[in-house]
Design a protein around this ligand. Structure first.
Ligand code: NIG
Ligand code: FE
Length: 413
């Protein structure tokens, strides 16, 4: 066994779980297990051992990192992104500043259709190069595993192109990548909705399945996009092809997305800016992970999801970035957790649980990612010196990470 890295004198080794939980809900979200004055041993790309410094093993490690005054965490798992896109959309940002709404911009051919136009004109290699830059950026910000969606192609060829790029990111970077087919993101300008849904079901889904390009199927369930009935029909067809559902639900309206998600056993329902009592009750005792995307709520000036109330009622919460050019042009999970503390009244313990254990569950990585557990993939980061864990989300806007280790290897800047 190759002892690759020994991290010593850790001020606090956070999110240590002897037995990996499936996910954390309600009061359990408030508990973040930390071992103070500790060590972490990484061997063969995996977490081999950890404990108090007084028990540090006297072994030869290729690399020793002294983490005095610093915390060590498992890397963030970002369970919702649109990381593959062709171009930024700051012109819409300015339109929004001047008073236009997201829905108005979308109705005028901006928004998702604007991204689709640009993506169709971009080659697969160029798209990959663009996405690679974003992948490198989120790695430095502490993300170790990420879900990436299609949904800016809206033709068979371009949806496949996006998913191939996402898969390539998984192969050619240290990130663990899960992919989601989101053909039902918007209806392309050149088609009627019924015709497009037929294309999704009869041509896109079989082609995506044939190349084994997607783990999940997603639909933007929203007024002006896809109705709950259409969402259900599309995800049920995806299920037949082996893709598990996850839903863009309740972003702009009480769209019925949560109800369809629960009914179809979705892995997660994401956004939730517009949910009420009924949706909260429906989510209870289900396996569907309610996922909040603080970047999108902030960027679009939407109400923040009622995470505090949901946790107090016993629900789990996951936090993801929604990295995309239209509603959250950042994949910075550090910023997401700060916003969740500040705008949603989640505690520092809760936000770290939401962005590691719960997001790992949401993309079927609970067995391998999201906590410091023996045998899990050695995806960890070492913070800069910090007085406490609460200081990390408190000192928002600052990169609190000093070193990143993915798959047991130190990532150079
Ligand atoms: O999750 N809401 C739908 N999809 C993305 C935004 C897409 C876009 O505007 O490009 C989201 O916010
Ligand atoms: Fe999204």
């Amino acid at each position: 066994m190759a002892n690759d890295i020994l991290i010593t004198n850790i001020k606090g080794l956070a999110q240590v779980r002897e037995i990996s939980p499936t996910f954390l809900s309600g009061a359990a979200m408030g508990d973040l297990p930390v071992i103070s004055n500790s060590y972490l041993l990484i061997s063969d790309g995996l977490i081999a051992d950890y404990g108090k410094m007084e028990n540090v093993p006297s072994i030869h490690a290729k690399e020793i990192i002294d983490a005095s005054g610093r915390f060590v965490f498992p890397s963030f798992v970002d369970s919702h992104t649109h990381l593959v896109f062709a171009a930024s959309r700051e012109e819409e940002f300015v339109m929004k500043i001047r008073g236009a709404s997201y829905a108005e911009i979308a109705a005028k051919g901006g928004g998702i259709l604007n991204s689709a136009k640009k993506l169709r004109a971009t080659s697969e290699d160029e798209l990959f190069e663009n996405a690679l830059e974003r992948a490198k950026e989120i790695i430095q910000l502490g993300t170790g595993a990420v879900e990436i969606k299609s949904g800016y192609g809206l033709t068979v060829k371009d949806e496949l192109k996006m998913l191939r790029v996402a898969k390539r990111i998984g192969k050619l970077t240290p990130l663990t990548v899960k992919t989601t087919f989101l053909g039902a993101h918007a209806v392309p300008a050149e088609m009627k909705k019924a015709e497009y849904i037929k294309l999704i079901i009869e041509e896109m889904l079989p082609a995506v399945a044939e190349e084994n390009l997607a783990d999940y199927i997603d639909v933007f369930c929203e007024e002006g996009f896809f109705s709950p009935e259409e969402t259900e029909r599309i995800v049920m067809e995806g299920k037949k092809q082996g893709m598990k559902p996850r839903i863009h639900a309740n972003q702009l309206h009480r769209s019925g997305g949560v109800q369809v998600g629960v009914k179809t056993n979705a892995m997660s329902v994401d956004h939730l800016e517009n949910i009420g009592e009924e949706e909260i009750q429906i989510l209870k005792n289900t396996k569907t992970m309610p996922t909040v995307l603080p970047g999108a709520a902030f960027f679009l000036n939407l109400p923040f999801p009622p995470s505090r109330k949901m946790i107090d009622e016993g629900l789990p919460i996951a936090i993801a970035s929604d990295y995309n050019p239209g509603s959250s042009p950042t994949g910075n999970m550090q910023l997401m957790i700060s916003m969740a503390c500040i705008k949603m009244k989640m505690t520092p313990e809760e936000v770290f649980n939401a962005a590691t254990v719960n997001t790992a569950y949401a993309i079927d990585l609970a067995q391998t990612h999201g906590s410091i557990t023996r045998g899990k993939v050695a995806n960890v980061f070492v913070t800069k010196p910090a007085p406490s864990i609460a200081y990390l989300p408190y000192h928002f806007g600052n990169n609190f990470i000093e070193r990143v280790i993915l798959n047991g290897k130190i990532i150079e800047h």
